[in-house]
Design a protein around this ligand. Structure first.
Ligand SMILES: C[S@@+](CC[C@H](N)C(=O)[O-])C[C@H]1O[C@@H](n2cnc3c(N)ncnc32)[C@H](O)[C@@H]1O
Length: 339
């Protein structure tokens, strides 16, 4: 059977790459997102897919039928379910797109397979209950997961909620949220990947990647700093490089032992109230820098063929990647969905 996919809330096309990585027969027919700049990135990488610059709320059962798709892949906005988004849930108008899809599903008989991704926290929302009600009404079976790329040997944390739904029975039990993939599908673990496997050569690191003095002296203690031998980085959010705390890891090119020695010296200086300038010099010797968009794309399992068009700004690149998905994890889930 060929899978014909409609990718909704498509952003820069993480789901499209995941569909490719699942290597199931079929193709992504159309993608829809309201963000023109994200759509430009999508179109740059997938020139043969029809990219609709539209609000999802303009979709009708007739339009979906006309596209002749049997699968929907989607990652609706997560802000209604995050702490920084105030958890307004269905009262946040960014939930309207998903609610619209919930209303459409019982009217779209041709759609047989759905994968939905959202933040951890979605599973306790009203939007979640509405989504499951819509699946039930439309005659789907479903399985829910909360998974992190680190479970697949990928050195990046991005714990996310996933729902697989289809009109055919699953061959494994549901009824609760699974925290791992069923044993018969565990073929996707990447063995022993370290940060060093993903880094760009030093000559490709621009001066803008290094932490400015102000951030070094004021914010360094709030940051998660990793070295090349690390096997984990924080989840990169769309605010990476913009806010220092909790938005993604910082890279230090020294080895861990050398880095710890420098930090111990910096701490001593603080205790002895030595000059600020000396402290800053020591911090500068750490050569701390942000991960580049290419390195983050690699941590999120995007292939090296993925590119941003030249007009995409660095700020946009970090925002788009922070909104996207881990391609490998979703690829494994699509394989399960299509099994
Ligand atoms: C979590 S991001 C999805 C990212 C995508 N999976 C990727 O790999 O880049 C949510 C996306 O939904 C889009 N969006 C939000 N509300 C929308 C709406 N009502 N109609 C169309 N797109 C919408 C945003 O522009 C954003 O790109």
């Amino acid at each position: 059977m060929d899978f014909h996919v409609l990718e909704l809330f498509s952003g820069i096309g993480g789901m499209h790459y995941a569909f490719r990585s699942a290597a199931v027969p079929g193709k992504v027919i159309a993608a829809m997102d309201i963000n023109t700049n994200a759509n430009a990135v999508y179109a740059h990488n997938f020139p043969t897919t029809s990219v609709c610059n539209n609000n999802i709320q303009s979709l009708t059962p007739e339009k979906i039928e006309k596209l002749n798709v049997n699968m929907i892949l989607m990652s609706p906005p997560c802000q209604p379910h995050t702490r920084v988004g105030n958890r307004l849930d269905v009262d946040d108008n960014r939930s309207d797109g998903l609610q619209h899809i919930c209303n459409l599903l019982p009217l779209c008989q041709g759609v047989q397979y759905i994968l939905m991704e959202n933040v951890k926290g979605f599973e306790i929302s009203k939007a979640h209950d509405q989504f499951l009600d819509a699946l039930r009404l439309a005659g789907y079976q479903w399985r829910e997961f909360i998974l992190c790329p680190t479970q697949f040997g990928i050195p990046n944390s991005r714990r996310r909620y996933y729902c697989l739904a289809r009109k055919k029975e699953f061959c494994f039990d549901g009824g609760h949220i699974l925290d791992d993939i069923p044993i018969e599908f565990r073929m996707g673990v990447i063995d022993g990947m370290m940060i060093s496997n993903l880094l760009l050569p030093d000559n490709l690191i621009g001066p803008e990647c290094y932490l400015p003095d102000k951030i070094l002296s004021k914010r360094v203690w709030l940051m998660d700093i990793v070295t090349a031998e690390a096997r984990k980085t924080m989840c990169f959010t769309k605010a990476y490089t913009y806010y220092s705390e909790g938005t993604g890891s910082i890279y230090c090119p020294l080895n861990k032992k050398e880095m710890d020695i420098v930090f111990a010296k910096v701490k001593e200086l603080e205790l002895s109230e030595e000059s600020e300038a000396l402290r800053l010099e020591l911090l500068k010797s750490l050569k701390l820098r942000y991960f580049t968009p290419r390195e983050i794309a690699r941590l999120m399992s995007f292939p090296n063929t993925f590119e941003f068009p030249t007009e995409t700004t660095n700020r946009q690149k970090y925002r788009f990647l922070g909104n996207s998905i881990n391609v490998h994890v979703v690829g494994v889930l699509i394989k399960i969905l299509c099994s």
